[in-house]
Design a protein around this ligand. Structure first.
Ligand code: GLA
Length: 443
């Protein structure tokens, strides 16, 4: 009795620390400027990106946020309000937000915790440290629907400082009364256990600019699935495509047809890797934020990001009966076979094979088979691998739908006499060959 009283008293005294904005019930989808233009972003480029999202058909498929990353914010006026780089955003941020809203899309803006932002020292761009309330109000007055808060000027990068800063911004956003998606950008896996109390998503790794970095993000995500849930997602970074619109040089954009020499870092070496990233982001319930010039990416990249069957795997999940313990509620795919993958971009050598699975509605499961070895090869999920699909029923047949070929395979998946399942994805390309299937129980 005493204990119960003490607990309920405590819960009265401790306010619930959460963002509570009702957003991100599925992983967020949209576009961000960073891998397109870095700090050279301008309002006309953002308008072009907005139109391109619509013209490519991607907006209609759910890509709804247009997020301006670093490069628009200049400093502070004498009263402390944010000021904007006028030459690049002559009509101001509110008008740009109105343009995006007029096109039925949502408006994302960027700041950093700490005193300065990441790479715009040339503009003296300020961070939000000690200005959280003023910044949140100002940003909301411009029509902001989404805030990415980076960590560059945040001083020591440790949980104590970082969580204090992010909680301050979270509370400032809450106090504005507008629902703003809050995207934390702090690059470490230690954000995940506290992520859902601070924001709607949190970066778990460094910048994912090529397949080498992205395999590290996938490896990092293996242990973090239990922290993902509606309203709160692990973020392994932006979607990288292929084509000149996805291969920016250092701190440069694409102008017209100008091809910028590929930088040593910002690229995918082949189409497979870009598709492998997207496929993995779908099964991992990761944010689907494209970052590239949509007018100059390859057709293959557009087709990849536009695959509605794959998007459905990302956006959907099983619903669990009330009373299910948090540990048993799986919203992000789990690795059911394989070890960490590596890829060295200087030698074009890779290693590792993975099989991942995500439970979906009505007893369905999505599975991804990924070959990251140097040779074309088969990837098998054997009976031990299948045992982790906790409710697969040996008495039931499953149709197997290939979500890249968009067709059902001739053979259904059935258990053998001992009630065991096995499936092999054959002939997957080297260093990023992928297959995604959907298993649906047949009544
Ligand atoms: C960091 C972030 C990137 C991007 C840049 C901007 O590197 O991780 O996503 O926002 O800063 O400078």
């Amino acid at each position: 009795m005493k204990l119960i009283l003490a607990t309920s008293l405590l819960s009265l005294l401790t306010p619930v620390q959460s963002l509570n904005n009702g957003l991100g019930l599925s992983p967020q989808m949209g576009w961000a400027s960073w891998n397109d233009c870095a700090s050279q972003v301008t309002s006309s480029r953002i308008k072009n990106a907005t139109l391109a999202l619509i013209n490519t058909g991607l907006a209609a498929k759910g890509y709804e946020y247009v997020n301006i990353d670093e490069g628009w914010l200049k400093g502070r006026s004498s009263n402390g309000d944010i000021t904007v780089i006028d030459e690049k955003f002559p009509e101001g941020m509110k008008a740009l937000g109105d343009f995006i809203h007029d096109h039925r899309l949502k408006y994302g803006l960027y700041t950093s915790r700490g005193t300065v932002q990441c790479s715009t020292a040339q503009y003296n761009a300020t961070g939000s440290q000690d200005y959280e309330v003023q910044d949140a109000n100002w940003l909301v007055s411009q029509g902001m629907d989404y805030l990415k808060e980076d960590s560059c000027g945040g001083g020591p990068n440790n949980p104590t400082d970082a969580f204090t800063d992010y909680a301050t911004m979270r509370d400032a956003l809450n106090a504005t009364g507008r629902s703003v998606f809050f995207s934390l950008c702090g690059w470490y896996t230690w954000y995940a256990p506290s992520g859902d109390s601070l924001g709607n998503s949190w970066r778990i790794s460094g910048d994912g600019t090529n397949w080498g970095a992205l395999t590290q993000s996938i490896n990092a995500n293996v242990e973090l699935g239990k922290y993902a849930r509606p309203g709160a997602w692990n973020d392994p970074d932006l979607l990288v495509g292929t084509g000149i619109g996805s291969n920016r040089g250092e701190d440069k954009c694409f102008d017209g047809d100008t091809e910028i020499p590929q930088s040593s870092d910002w690229y995918m070496t082949n189409d497979e890797q870009s598709r492998a990233q997207f496929t993995m982001w779908c099964i991992m319930s990761s944010p689907l934020i494209i970052s590239a010039n949509l007018n100059q990416v390859s057709e293959y990249a557009l087709e990849t990001w536009g695959n509605e069957e794959a998007i459905a795997v990302n956006q959907h999940f099983r619903t669990y009966p009330e009373g299910t313990s948090v540990e048993d509620e799986i919203y992000q795919g789990i690795r059911i076979f394989g070890d960490d993958m590596e890829y060295d971009k200087s030698t074009d050598k890779g290693s590792g094979v993975n099989v991942w699975a995500k439970p979906l509605e009505e007893g369905k499961w999505a599975l991804v088979f990924l070959n990251n070895e140097d040779e074309v090869g088969d990837v098998t999920c054997d009976s031990e691998c299948f045992e982790q699909l906790y409710d697969l029923d040996a008495g039931v047949k499953y149709t197997v739908r290939d979500l890249w070929e968009h067709e059902d395979e001739e053979e259904e998946l059935v258990a053998d006499e001992e009630g065991k399942f096995e499936y092999t994805a054959e002939g997957l390309a080297r260093t990023g060959g992928v297959k995604m299937i959907l298993l649906t129980p047949v009544d």
